[in-house]
Design a protein around this ligand. Sequence first.
Ligand SMILES: [Zn+2]
Length: 340
Amino acid sequence: MKAVLIRRHGGPEVVEIADVPKPRPGPGEALLQVKAAGMNHLDTWVRRGLPGLKLPMILGSDGAGIVAEVESGPGGLAQGDRVFVAPGYSCGRCAACYRGEEPLCRDYRMFGENRDGVQAEYAALPAANLLPLPASLSFEEGAAFPLVFLTAWQMLVGRAGVRLGDEVLVHAGGSGVGSAAVQIAKLHGARVYATVGSEEKADKVRALGADAAINYRALDFLEEVRRLTGKRGVDIVVENVGQETWEKSLKALARGGRMVTCGATSGYDGRTDIRYVFSKGLSILGSTMGGRAELLTIAGLVADRRLRPVIDRVLPLDRVAEGHRAMADRTLFGKIILKP
Ligand SMILES: [Zn+2]
């Protein structure tokens, strides 16, 4: 079968379309015929190299398809079922797992990072990671929402506790996580400001529901937040940029504000002025992924069209390198989906 494989770390040129044996599901696993696979920034980090990674590795953390093989028995999954992939897996028997806080499990891992992912014609995955794809959703939509909506949901709802009337700043509103965060914050009754890198993206992020878009290439986002909030600041900042924006993001918070971070794409060495943290009663919250319970909630909201996965383009699997380049130059609005 065809698969997106890396055998060594490096630039987009190390991503190859390899011919590899079709995987065979082990105990508790099912074989997924992949109909659509999502691309995520995690793919580029795995490609460039992360500590402890083993190669070769098939990339891809989320996707959707049809169950091709599954052991018969209790559990409900059957051959022919339309499903989407929950991107993370964990031990299933520790306190964090029983609480539904799988990402806090010491054995929490991701497809396409710690074991072969789903950018392939077939993938053997734990049956528990294959969740029902609502009938109203296409495979492409089913591949577009899991990782980014789960990340944004956990940040805003699970960690920052977004409430009706909150003012929320979302960085990189045109990114996968950003476009999800704008919609989730609006769904909870917040007023949302989103930073974007172009006027074209400003229009698109307003169409998603943002009350204002801030072109960070033309304007200082901190000054804009102060202007938009009458100098009060925002209640929540959704951070995934890191070093470039960290210090100003803290200064953009109102008293009692919460800054929640899920990444540091521009670097991890952000400066924190501790005086702001204690004198304004700020909270700095870390967040990564989320639990399967939240993923089912999100799937229902996507099926009802109350949340909308944003797809920039759909590419055939063998054009995956083009996707890596597009993610690097920040020209995307939303997600790239690969079709095996
Ligand atoms: Zn566990």
